[in-house]
Design a protein around this ligand. Structure first.
Ligand SMILES: Cc1cc2nc3c(=O)[nH]c(=O)nc-3n(C[C@H](O)[C@H](O)[C@H](O)COP(=O)(O)O)c2cc1C
Length: 204
């Protein structure tokens, strides 16, 4: 089941802070779906446009939009996967590299979030983190629309020949392949960190 996405607010529109029990439920219970369980149907063209619009609503120091999207779907995605598969044999562990490609081939849609860097006042670290925020926003927006999603990098996010096939330019990095589709299996809760163990209260 999918849900409709409210229209984008107008520039300058007042946006009151409103409590959202539904959002809290999503945050408290959301889980990535295994990419290999993601199947058709994926988002249609309108839903994909909504997803990208939501994904791009993230903090961005300096308003640089230090990220862009590459969409992989349908026959083009299959052609991309075929070219990446041809590179798997030359990876350090070809069997593992080939097996990992099931995450690429199974889902009907991949939104590749590409981190860009503009030299200037805003540190590179902050621009890269903004791209991670886009990935996380997509990981929240997809299940809110009724789709399973998973944030994957795998070897083809780093292999120079794979990056060339994808069209990643100098200074750009793949922040993630966000795989989206209908989850054939409901994910199960995984181990979570002991938040108290990694939290300290600073005192003077
Ligand atoms: C930057 C990044 C890259 C990841 N790359 C992979 C990957 O290549 N392969 C993999 O199996 N999981 C990868 N993961 C982990 C998956 O996203 C995993 O499903 C996720 O940690 C599950 O947590 P969740 O259910 O809380 O979303 C990556 C996570 C992040 C943040």
């Amino acid at each position: 089941m999918t849900a409709s996405v409210p229209a984008a607010p107008a520039f300058g529109e007042t946006l009151p802070i409103e409590a959202s029990p539904e959002m809290l439920r999503l945050l408290a219970r959301r889980r990535s779906a295994s990419a290999m369980t993601l199947t058709a149907p994926g988002p249609d063209a309108g839903q994909l446009a909504d997803l990208l619009r939501l994904g791009a609503r993230v903090p961005d120091h300096g308003k640089l939009s230090p990220w862009r999207f590459v969409i992989l779907q349908g026959e083009a995605k299959a052609a991309f996967a075929a070219r990446i598969t041809a590179l798997a044999a030359s990876q350090a562990n070809p069997v593992k590299a080939t097996a990992a490609l099931r995450k690429l081939t199974s889902p009907p849609l991949a939104i590749v979030v590409i981190s860009r860097f503009t030299a200037g006042e805003i540190p590179e670290w902050e621009q890269r983190m903004s791209a991670a925020a886009v990935c996380m926003q997509l990981l929240l927006a997809a299940p809110a629309m009724g789709y399973g999603a998973n944030w994957i990098t795998d070897w083809y996010s780093y292999d120079p020949r794979a990056l060339e096939i994808l069209g990643v330019a100098e200074g750009e990095q793949v922040a993630g392949f966000l795989y989206v589709g209908t989850a054939a299996e409901a994910p199960q809760e995984r181990v979570r960190p002991d938040v108290a163990a990694i939290t300290t209260v600073w005192r003077p």
